[in-house]
Design a protein around this ligand. Structure first.
Ligand SMILES: Cc1ncc(COP(=O)(O)O)c(C=O)c1O
Length: 425
């Protein structure tokens, strides 16, 4: 089991130094995105044309146009009342249908073995779960890496110790580390699907997750980007030691209207309910509308059309990757709009190297979000996220030139400047 040493100390030191100096807190993950934006602005200024951000989180205008007519209507209701999140639970038909839609079994819901709290977005849910872990006295969290970057910050700012452990990708397959050891006093934090990959292979380890929960450890699954219904929810829902985070509109790449749900065993008491008033306050009309949209057929219609579009892009993308199959790889069986591309022969750290990223942009017109920012195992080499929902003619042209450029880097004499000594395929 390989542990990360970087961010724990880095965050603790960063916070301490920042506080001591009375300075504005700057976070390296955001700084990197700002720097990549600066490179893009500089490129646009010099070339008179925008670069293509192949990792961007939103769909392209071309994809949005294909979805026109399927967007949810904003509900016609008064914007005036304050909606406490618990008021939603008083809607006896609506609430269980949301839980079922997320993947929790009818039986578990009927028995009252799951409780849930609605939040505005996945980040608020993460913050509520971190708060809950603190309130119930958990001091250490084993965080499987890669993960959404807000997670360790939310845990560490509350004084929890975070032990980051790489999720190994062996022969192109992600699995729980075979020697994963968790003390019953610790929590395990899993991001499912594997962050930025669309890979659901941890479902094969569900019995291991159940045994970790049976053993007394809290298992937190951040399934914010998961395509509902979730198999982890159906297998672990109702377990005393399971907490799931769901933000289902994210799976259809819709972030302007969404809600998030923390689902837990009711034995945990009213902590989430009460603390939501402290941490995030009432719900917006948008979040309430999103809970209604989620249980209506319109959600499924939108999702099916969105996936149809993605399937076509994915088929094109697989064709391009297969041209360089000995140099580039992606994950088999990935679903959803995000996937990661790996170049094992190149160093993972190139993802933090602005000179390299600038040269890559200059030659290919592409900017990317590198995997190193999200805690991908450096043994996978240089990696980055691709958002298939960014599809357009320009996107395809830019990716073709990016893959050609990377393949060329690996095969030419220049490669020694960039190569990885520890990568495995
Ligand atoms: C796995 C995961 N969890 C949580 C979040 C945060 O969700 P939100 O953007 O709704 O705050 C994200 C955002 O991309 C995510 O990918």
């Amino acid at each position: 089991m390989q542990e990360l040493r970087k961010s724990g100390d880095m965050v603790d030191n960063l916070l301490a130094q920042t506080l001591a100096a009375g300075r504005k807190s700057e976070l390296p993950e955001i700084t990197l995105i700002d720097e990549i934006d600066d490179l893009a602005r500089d490129y646009a200024r010099r070339h008179g044309t925008e670069p293509i951000y192949v990792s961007h989180w939103d769909p392209s205008e071309e994809v949005i146009a294909k979805l026109a007519g399927l967007f949810p209507e904003f509900p016609r209701r008064s914007p005036v009342p304050y909606t406490f999140s618990y008021l939603l639970k008083r809607r006896p038909k609506h609430w269980p249908r949301i839980l079922e839609g997320l993947g929790f079994s009818e039986a578990v819901i009927a028995r009252g073995d799951v409780a849930a709290q609605a939040f505005e977005n996945g980040t608020s849910s993460i913050s509520a779960v971190a708060n809950w872990l603190k309130v119930v006295g958990i001091k250490r969290v084993v965080l499987l890496s890669p993960y959404y970057f807000a997670v360790p910050y939310n845990l560490r700012r509350l004084g929890l110790t975070v032990r980051e452990v790489y999720l190994p990708r062996i022969n192109g397959q992600y699995a729980l580390p075979s020697d994963l050891k968790i003390d019953p006093s610790e929590a395990l934090w899993v991001t499912h699907p594997v962050y930025n990959t669309g890979v659901y292979s941890l479902e094969d380890s569900v019995s291991k997750l159940i045994s970790i929960a049976d053993n007394g450890s809290v298992v937190v699954a951040d399934e914010s980007l998961g395509v509902p219904p979730s198999r982890l929810a159906s297998a672990l829902g109702g377990h005393q030691n399971f907490i799931g985070v769901y933000t289902p509109h994210k799976a259809i790449c819709m972030n302007g209207m969404k809600f998030s749900m923390v689902v837990y065993h009711p034995g945990t008491g009213d902590t989430f309910d009460h603390w939501s008033d402290i941490l995030s306050g009432g719900l917006s009309l948008s979040a309430i509308a999103a809970t209604e949209h989620f249980v209506r057929p319109e959600f499924t219609t939108y999702r099916d059309r969105f996936w149809e579009i993605l399937d076509e892009t994915r088929a094109w993308h697989s064709g391009i990757i297969s041209k360089y199959s000995n140099i580039l790889s992606t994950d088999v069986g990935a679903r959803g709009h995000f996937l990661s591309v790996y170049v094992p022969a190149l160093r993972a750290e190139l993802g933090n190297d602005l000179l390299f990223l600038r040269e890559m942009l200059e030659r290919t017109r592409c900017t990317v979000i590198p995997g190193i920012r999200s805690g991908f195992d450096p043994a996978s080499g240089f990696s980055f996220r691709v958002c298939l929902a960014q599809d357009s003619a320009k996107f395809r042209g830019a990716l073709e030139s990016l893959y050609g450029y990377l393949a060329n880097l690996v095969t030419t004499e220049e490669s020694s400047r960039y190569e990885s000594s520890q990568a495995r395929l």
